[in-house]
Design a protein around this ligand. Structure first.
Ligand code: FES
Length: 56
């Protein structure tokens, strides 16, 4: 499913980035421009980031 509709970024892509070492929203922003437009995805992306980091 898409987390960031504006930039067409899926949860799969975000999870892959975290597996490759991303640990902050800033890193996800740099890689995918998450939150760069409407910003509505930020909370969802942050939640996903925190959940994935707990699994590592
Ligand atoms: Fe991510 Fe709009 S949904 S910036």
């Amino acid at each position: 499913m898409y987390v960031c509709i504006c930039n067409r970024v899926s949860d799969r892509e975000i999870k892959a980035s975290i597996q490759e070492g991303a640990t902050t929203m800033r890193e996800l922003y740099k890689e995918h421009s998450i939150g760069s437009q409407c910003g509505k995805c930020c909370q969802c992306a942050k939640k996903l980031l925190n959940n994935e980091l707990l699994k590592i």
